[in-house]
Design a protein around this ligand. Structure first.
Ligand code: NG6
Ligand code: CA
Length: 515
């Protein structure tokens, strides 16, 4: 069936207000694959040649590849917060990069993407990097129950790395407990060395991978980390196995729920530091472990897609592939990423990367695939992972209360490649400072803090900058002096969006969503 014919058929079948709301029997499974620190230029279908990403490329060939797809922030915790809650993270204090002992950041009962899908009858699971805190204040009970966590905000199942690979505790968490924890070897986490244990500073010459900044506290698996941990010796991970462990759990989840309607949030650790891919990937690419980690991640995506095929679920599953923020080379370990870059452009043609409000910080690979429903192609519509809640709620016919998901725009038609889908007209981007994109125009408002001397912390001249992204995608020419009125209008608009406490009009979604 041609895509246009499919749309007409769908429109006839679907209920009731907007053509793409599907009847329960037609709802797809949904998988969101969120990679970590993967840049706009890091995969083949976005222009990379030094690494091979055949599986991600095949997703793009069979689906819709976005050239203006965004994470809402240029670091992990705020992007993941926004993705799950549909709210810009800068509106909520405590949503910056979460430290090792962070407690649950999203309050139980919050309306989230999984809670909305659960209401629509989905079985929901998250596998991989969490980095949104676990447990109650004052600190997570690593040897006891880690409630609240994902299960208290809508996930039926979770298998997690609690924070990041470069932070303690280096253990997996399944539902409310650390996997393989033992009562007589309790786990503690702190920011002070509690027992005079060897550290990345005292035992630097023993390390499997040297650190470059920070990351010099507890040593686990020959790699020093952020923070100190004691205990949990049987529970500690081996970095080289992590991608296989997560992919195995994701595959199990799909197989177990093949006859249910399921939502899986598959959050890879790759390609975050420490980049320590499995031995079978080490040395595969000329880019060092950073490139090898990209190929490992692509392989994991391939295995998950193969599982869908083998389970005859490919046609019934909407897959969304994205990244949590843009790229960084040296993020604290000497893994060769800087030395071996050799012309590879992690952010493609974009300026900046992780931590930055330049485009490289937040504009990242974003691909949607749903055979028979999404016509293969390329879209230049502006969409952001903060929009997935409202868009997927629309898809499954759920309404969202007015006071929830206040920045999540329903861009479902754009995500599905419908000709009527316009995507976003404006988007606030978060990095060091905030930026407002309005169509081709982008206003950057840098913080007052001094710029940090690093590729991705760079700060342009002055507090504000204005670019035309269509004429100047690399943000090279500040147009503020040439277009002062536009600059003033956008400054005022950004301020108004902050002050309003929401960016989605109160009645916006209730007009679209079925009940
Ligand atoms: C930074 C870490 C960096 C990384 C980042 C979080 C230092 C010096 N830098 O503070 O290595 O862990 O936090 O990355 O400690 S993210 O992708 O999870 O946001
Ligand atoms: Ca990240």
């Amino acid at each position: 069936m041609r895509p246009s014919t499919m749309w007409i058929a769908l429109a006839l079948l679907c209920q009731p207000v907007f053509p793409v709301i599907c009847r329960a029997a037609e709802l797809p499974n949904i998988i969101v694959i969120m990679t970590d620190d993967l840049g706009y230029g890091d995969v083949g279908c976005y222009g990379a040649t030094a690494v091979k990403t055949p599986h991600i490329d095949s997703l793009a060939a069979d689906g819709l590849r976005f050239t203006n797809g965004y994470a809402s922030a240029s670091t992990c915790t705020p992007t993941r917060f926004s993705f799950l809650t549909g709210k810009y993270a800068w509106r909520q204090p405590g949503t910056g990069i979460a430290p090792p002992n962070a407690t649950a950041i999203i309050a139980p009962g919050t309306v989230t993407l999984p809670s909305v899908l659960k209401q629509a009858g989905y079985t929901t699971g998250v596998v991989g990097k969490w980095h949104l805190g676990l447990g109650r204040k004052p600190a997570p009970d690593w040897s006891g129950s880690l409630e609240p966590g994902p299960r208290e905000i809508g996930f039926d199942y979770c298998f997690l790395m609690p924070t990041t690979g470069d932070r303690v505790p280096c253990v997996y968490v399944e539902n409310h407990h650390v996997v393989n924890s033992e009562p007589d070897d309790p786990i503690t986490v702190s920011n002070k060395n509690p027992d005079g244990q060897p550290t990345g500073i005292t035992h630097r010459d023993t390390l499997k991978m040297n650190w470059s900044h920070g990351h010099n506290q507890s040593i686990v698996n020959g790699i020093s980390r952020i923070g100190f941990m004691t205990g949990g010796h049987k529970a500690r991970w081996r970095d080289e196995d992590m991608a296989d462990v997560f992919t195995g759990k994701a595959i199990d989840f799909v197989r177990q729920h093949r006859t249910d309607r399921f939502f899986l949030f598959f959050a890879t650790h790759d390609i975050h530091v420490p980049r320590m891919p499995n031995e079978r990937f080490q040395g595969r690419t000329p880019l060092g472990y950073r490139g090898d980690a990209i190929e490992q991640m692509d392989d994991c995506v391939g295995r998950l897609l193969k599982t869908l095929d083998e389970s005859h679920l490919t046609q019934d599953t909407l897959v969304i592939f994205c990244s949590d923020n843009g790229p960084v080379l040296d993020d604290g370990y000497q893994d060769g990423a800087v030395e071996k870059i050799d012309g590879h452009k992690p952010a493609g043609p974009l300026r900046g990367g992780k931590y930055s409000i330049y485009e490289g910080g937040t504009r990242t690979p974003l691909i949607t695939r749903w055979p028979g429903h999404i016509a293969p192609g390329v879209s230049d519509k502006i969409v952001c992972s903060v929009d997935f809640v409202a868009s997927l709620a629309h898809l499954v016919g759920q309404s969202i209360p007015d006071e929830a998901c206040v920045d999540s725009q329903d861009v479902l038609p754009a995500l599905l490649g419908d000709a009527a889908g316009t995507g976003r007209q404006e988007l606030v981007q978060q990095g060091r400072g905030l930026a407002l994109r309005e169509g081709a125009w982008k206003l950057l408002r840098h913080p007052n803090a001094k710029p940090v001397k690093s590729l991705t912390y760079e700060k342009g001249p002055g507090k504000f900058e204005l670019f035309n992204l269509v004429d100047d995608p690399g943000e090279t020419t500040n147009l503020l002096n040439r277009f002062p009125e536009r600059g003033e209008e956008m400054k005022a608009r950004l301020k108004a969006l902050e002050d309003a406490g929401r960016s989605v009009a109160r009645d916006h979604r209730s007009r679209h969503a079925g009940s």
